[in-house]
Design a protein around this ligand. Structure first.
Ligand code: SAM
Length: 474
């Protein structure tokens, strides 16, 4: 008995909490879910979603509805394409009075007593105004995720997320969901505003240009898209270039670091998500991509943003770009202008293999160039290299990867190791930002792994000391 009372008390508390937080989830309510029969449906049958339910309502004279509605705000039934407040014409004797009908959430309102009765009665709304009546729900009343939750198998994880690139919805369906792909495509086409094409990732991206291999599952076979990222419009053929909307925050982080007159060397530029905003900010940009299609759209996007005067574009291998274009540009800057009133950045976003290009920087300058510049304090670029790392401690692993490939340890020149995103279980993407140093640019010999480890241990200790010192200061 005591246990039952406690349970009821806990239930009431939860109800109160939900009412307070406005936490009524339609899919928690059997009445508001699509019919059970749709589970396992392979071909979309919209008619099968029709369902009659009895719903609590409140009848309110139109003239009072503005005063009454704020009292019921958290108790309204909210569903797609369903207005919770609807006009209700009624014949009262000879006089036609206009009434409003307010649809209430069946989890929140089980009887007249669940309403703020004292407040309502002040407006002459009595228990007689409360009633139940039939309502027909149909396919239009549920969002795409609610439809999927009702149709796809319960046991397994369903459709978690999708990416949106202009008019294209890009899916990465797991194998057990593949039999439902036609239905999923059709529902997304119906429900996602502006969606005209639905594609599914066909394989892992392991091709050189990193563009997704994809299968059209619904809609038009039209892959040329326009999409806005961080306020800038990009246009490209999604089937032929790399574009990932999940990187927009990272693109923004880099762009925010840049000030006008800074320099950006973008080694794996794609269609320009770093380069175009940077050039638009009046940085001096050299942008490169090996994929001729990316190169075409990179130029196109720069032209559309009217920033080509600040952006030179290249279509070659990243290593050649660093040696043939970045290096001469750096040497020219170092010789002509040794003021440090601007910053130089090098972005290398090809996470599967960018670290393999880092050895270019070791011994970047030959003996003659070194002699000429040795006595100057140079404006050293910051490299932002992206990499995947697998395992338990991915942050340590990514630093190791950078150091092993650079062939030299990082120390005080390490500016940060930033988590970008989780790609798969135990696989993360990071940005490692470090400053090039005279040592890196002049040293030709590779450090041994023992030397690298020693230096890493020393710099970890130094970092810990600094942290302790900072804490003490605080
Ligand atoms: C992961 S995408 C990054 C694109 C863009 N920077 C972004 O953040 O969305 C990598 C790009 O590197 C290009 N790429 C691949 N191998 C390359 C190479 N060896 N040299 C230059 N670019 C290369 C691909 O065509 C692709 O556009």
């Amino acid at each position: 008995m005591i246990a039952l009372r406690r349970l009821t008390w806990a239930h009431d508390l939860l109800q109160q909490f939900r009412r307070h937080r406005h936490y009524w989830k339609n899919m928690d309510c059997a009445l508001l879910k699509p019919p059970e029969e749709v589970r396992g449906m392979l071909e979309l049958n919209r008619e099968a979603f029709r369902k009659q339910i009895k719903l609590p309502r409140l009848r309110v004279p139109e003239r009072d509805s503005n005063k009454v509605l704020p009292l019921l705000k958290k108790l309204l039934l909210k569903m797609e394409k369903l207005r919770p407040v609807r006009p209700l014409s009624e014949i009262e004797g000879d006089i036609q009075s206009t009434m409003r009908e307010i649809l209430l959430h069946p989890l929140a309102v089980k009887s007249w007593d669940c309403l703020p009765t004292a407040e309502l009665e002040k407006h002459n709304i009595e228990s007689g105004n409360f009633y139940y009546a039939d309502l027909e729900l149909n396919y239009d009343n549920w969002r795409a995720d609610e439809i999927f939750k009702s149709v796809l198998p319960i046991e397994d994880e369903g459709l978690t997320s999708y990416s949106r690139i202009g008019h294209i919805v890009h899916l990465n369906l797991r194998d057990h969901i593949l039999p439902y792909k036609n239905l999923i495509g059709q529902v997304l086409l119906d429900k996602v505003p502006g969606c005209r094409t639905v594609v599914n990732k066909a394989a892992t991206i392991d091709n050189t240009y990193r563009n997704f291999q994809m299968e059209l599952i619904c809609g038009e076979q039209q892959y040329q898209v326009e999409t806005i990222e961080n306020g800038i419009l990009f246009e490209f053929d999604f089937s032929r270039v790399y574009w990932n909307p999940r990187l927009s925050t990272e693109h923004e982080r880099i762009t925010k670091m840049l000030n006008s007159n800074d320099v950006l060397y973008d080694v794996f530029a794609g269609v320009g998500p770093f380069s175009v905003p940077a050039a638009h900010k009046k940085c001096w940009v050299l942008a490169n991509d090996l994929n001729p299609e990316s190169y075409k759209w990179l130029q196109h996007n720069g032209k559309r943003k009217k920033c080509l005067a600040h952006m030179k574009t290249f279509n070659k291998d990243g290593r050649a770009f660093l040696l043939e274009d970045v290096k001469p540009d750096l040497l020219k800057r170092w010789k002509e202008d040794n003021t440090k009133n601007y910053q130089i950045h090098i972005t290398m976003n090809l996470p599967a293999m960018a670290v393999e290009f880092l050895d270019v920087f070791r011994g970047f300058l030959n003996a003659d160039e070194a002699k000429e510049l040795l006595n100057q304090t140079l404006n050293y670029p910051t490299v932002h290299v992206y990499s995947f790392a697998k395992g338990e401690d991915t942050k340590t692993r990514v630093r190791e990867l950078v150091e092993e490939n650079l062939g030299l340890p990082l120390g005080e020149n390490l500016e940060g190791i930033h988590f970008v995103r989780n790609v798969a279980p135990k696989k993360d993407m990071y940005r490692v930002s470090f400053r090039l140093t005279k040592d890196i640019l002049l040293t030709t010999a590779k450090a041994t792994s023992q030397q690298i480890q020693l230096k890493r241990a020393a710099s970890v200790l130094l970092e810990e000391d600094l942290n302790i010192a900072n804490k003490v200061k605080c």
